[in-house]
Design a protein around this ligand. Structure first.
Ligand SMILES: Cc1cc2nc3c(=O)[nH]c(=O)nc-3n(C[C@H](O)[C@H](O)[C@H](O)COP(=O)(O)O)c2cc1C
Length: 314
């Protein structure tokens, strides 16, 4: 086909063809001159440049919201989580009252951060290109904030969630071999406990996750994330290792060890600046790439002993 001739396909054909290409679902939000929140959904938000940090998205020239946000010069890209269908529906259509009932708070640049997103990227509008019936917007990143959950995906006209592919030698249930999950688990474990990235743990745990201790205590996901955060405010310079792993069926056993410096108040004990060592074993039951339950065996007295708060005797 001569590229200068008129296309042999319709807009509907093009739309249908490109619906085969999955996209993210991102709410672009900002405020009017009288501080009223506005927003719309795009499937075209992307990272564009690292040096300097730039992003891009495409918006229809018929959008009534974009001229207002362009005028304000700033917006937030709210990366929607796969449980935010209501947000996508509210902002992905035309209308005046899109924000009614939508929980949001103000960012440091004065734009709305919609509650419950995977991440918020605050941006300043840099330039725009007119490309057919769309504008290609280029913006610089002012700041980025991680949230919770896993991103929503838009594919073939449907909103959904990402799922790992079963590997070629998957079991008859179609589950990826446990070894693949072990790699993801160790990575998430090291990032969560080692760097305090609670979102890494959240991304690999089911919403119904429960951790059982030897004393029968049960800790659910929000408390588990809080425990990780608390340990990172009391200790620093974390070195986390997973020394042994055994995977069998839907169970994984890991033997882990963490070394950190006690630099903040912990259980009422002021910072001792001592290196503490904690080690233990966790038995994890998983399904569909998420940890459902964890049975942990570790001795908190090891921690107190290495802080030299509690001596275990000779
Ligand atoms: C999943 C999804 C992806 C979308 N992607 C885009 C996009 O990339 N560009 C765009 O202009 N509109 C996109 N839309 C449609 C706009 O969100 C919608 O038309 C918008 O609310 C325009 O309304 P406005 O005139 O109030 O700005 C998308 C909608 C959905 C649900």
């Amino acid at each position: 086909m001569n590229i200068h001739s008129s296309p042999e396909f319709s807009s509907a054909d093009q739309r249908r063809m490109f619906s085969l290409l999955p996209t993210s679902v991102v709410a672009i939000t900002g405020v009017t001159v009288d501080q009223k929140p506005m927003g719309f959904v795009v499937g075209t938000f992307q990272s564009l440049s690292l040096e300097p940090p730039l992003v891009t998205f495409n918006v229809d020239r018929s959008s009534s919201t974009w001229p207002v946000l362009r005028n304000a010069g700033r917006f937030t890209a709210n990366i929607l989580a796969n449980d935010q269908i209501a947000v996508s529906k509210a902002l992905g259509r035309k209308g005046d009252e899109k924000f009614v009932g939508l929980e949001h708070r103000e960012s440091t640049i004065g734009t709305p951060h919609i509650g419950g997103c995977v991440a918020w990227i605050d941006c300043e509008v840099l330039s725009e290109i007119v490309a057919g019936d769309h504008f290609v917007v280029v913006a610089s990143i002012h700041s980025m904030l991680p949230g919770r959950g896993s991103p929503m995906v838009f594919s073939e006209g449907r909103l959904g969630a990402f799922a790992d592919l079963p590997a070629p030698n998957a079991t008859s249930e179609g589950q990826a071999p446990a070894t693949l999950f072990v790699d993801r688990l160790i990575d998430a474990w090291s990032r969560a406990w080692g760097q305090g990235e609670t979102v890494a743990f959240e991304n690999i745990a089911a919403a119904t996750y429960v951790r059982y201790s030897r004393d029968g205590k049960q800790v659910r996901l929000p408390d588990m994330l809080r425990q990780i955060e608390e340990s990172h405010s009391a200790f620093s310079d974390f070195r986390v290792s997973v020394n042994h792993t055994v995977a069998e069926g839907d169970m994984i056993a890991i033997e882990w060890r963490t070394v950190a410096k006690h630099t903040g108040s912990f259980m009422g004990v002021p910072p001792t600046q001592r290196d503490v060592v904690v080690s233990g074993a966790s038995f994890l039951r998983h399904k569909d790439g998420r940890i459902l339950e964890e049975w942990v065996a570790w001795d908190p007295r090891d921690l107190l002993a290495s802080m030299r708060i509690w001596h275990l005797g000779n």
